[in-house]
Design a protein. Structure first.
Length: 308
């Protein structure tokens, strides 16, 4: 039903425009029997209106997919199929595809990839199908047990954590929403990895992500980027899907959190943060339309410019 609603919202200008053209050129004597004949007196006003409605629908469609420039756009630009905007010395880029395809394929000095996880920062996130974390790790690591071991070793640096009831009668150690594990070029095969806790799980409420969880995680990611002298970070939408947020809500939370965290952090080596919006392949629709992503980036970039 939702797909039908989307189709009806985008196709009605073409239907109305074609109908105007038809009745302006033809006489309809009996529509049920498809009895039509050419008009002797063509209604030119109807033809003009019909063409106008169709062109307006076409312009709206191109706008939504990002093929038309945004009126009054001053802060965003398009390069190599990415929308981008400057936030101080750091550029935020929006790409469409799979995280494992957009991030560097080999250890890259100064590059890191963010993988969303729960507050427990365990390897359960590696087993959840069709998630950015599981898909990336399975695509990049042939030695999965080795990666799990390195993750477990890094988790000991976080301290004791706190024991929480994640399910009725089931307790586990939580390290807190927003906490991050940083793995420097794990197993020597990929760029460095952040495992970022952007969701919590509690008995009675289940798994959920909030804007606050994303904001806290992003602040820790940007702060650590300065310490590690990172120049580029790649991250998917966080909190969407398993975390319960829509792609639109996750994207806005991520953009705003990045803008604020970059402003707070002293200028450093970080040149670009690329947010990768999932798109299975060139024939598939992305989780968020390019036009919507562009407009959101422009709005946040304009707000950031006005803060200066």
């Amino acid at each position: 039903m939702e797909e039908l609603a989307k189709i009806s919202r985008t196709s009605w200008p073409y239907v109305v425009g074609l109908a105007l053209l038809f009745v302006s050129i033809f006489n309809v004597t009996d529509l049920t029997k498809l009895q039509v004949s050419p008009r002797s007196d063509i209604v030119w006003l109807g033809i003009v209106l019909g063409i106008g409605v169709i062109l307006a629908g076409l312009a709206t469609t191109l706008w939504r997919v990002g093929a038309l420039p945004m009126v009054g756009r001053r802060h965003t630009s398009r390069k190599n199929d990415c929308w981008q905007a400057k936030f101080g010395r750091t550029e935020i880029r929006i790409a469409f595809g799979r995280l494992q395809d957009k991030a560097p394929h080999h250890p890259a000095k100064g590059a890191a990839v963010v993988l969303p996880a729960s507050e427990f920062l365990d390897d359960h996130c590696l087993e959840v199908p069709r998630t950015a974390c599981a898909d990336y790790v399975k695509a990049r690591f042939s030695d999965l047990p080795g990666f799990r071991g390195q993750l477990a070793s890094a988790r000991t640096d976080l301290g004791a954590g706190s024991r929480v009831e994640k399910e009725p009668g089931v307790f586990e150690i939580s390290y807190g929403a927003g906490q991050c594990i940083f793995l420097r070029e794990p197993l020597g095969t990929t760029p460095s990895i952040y495992l970022a806790a952007v969701s919590t799980k509690r008995a009675g409420t289940g798994l959920r992500s909030t804007f606050g969880h994303i904001d806290c995680a992003v602040e820790n990611i940007i702060r650590r980027a300065s310490d590690e002298r990172l120049s580029s970070i790649y991250m998917p939408l966080m909190g969407a899907g398993e975390g319960g947020l829509s792609a639109h809500a996750s994207f806005m939370a991520l953009l705003l959190s990045l803008a604020i965290a970059i402003r707070r952090q002293a200028p450093g080596s970080l040149e670009a943060v690329t947010v990768v919006i999932y798109r299975a392949d060139a024939q598939s629709l992305p989780a968020l339309s390019p036009g919507t992503a562009r407009d959101a980036l422009e709005m946040v970039a304009r707000m950031n410019a006005e803060w200066n």
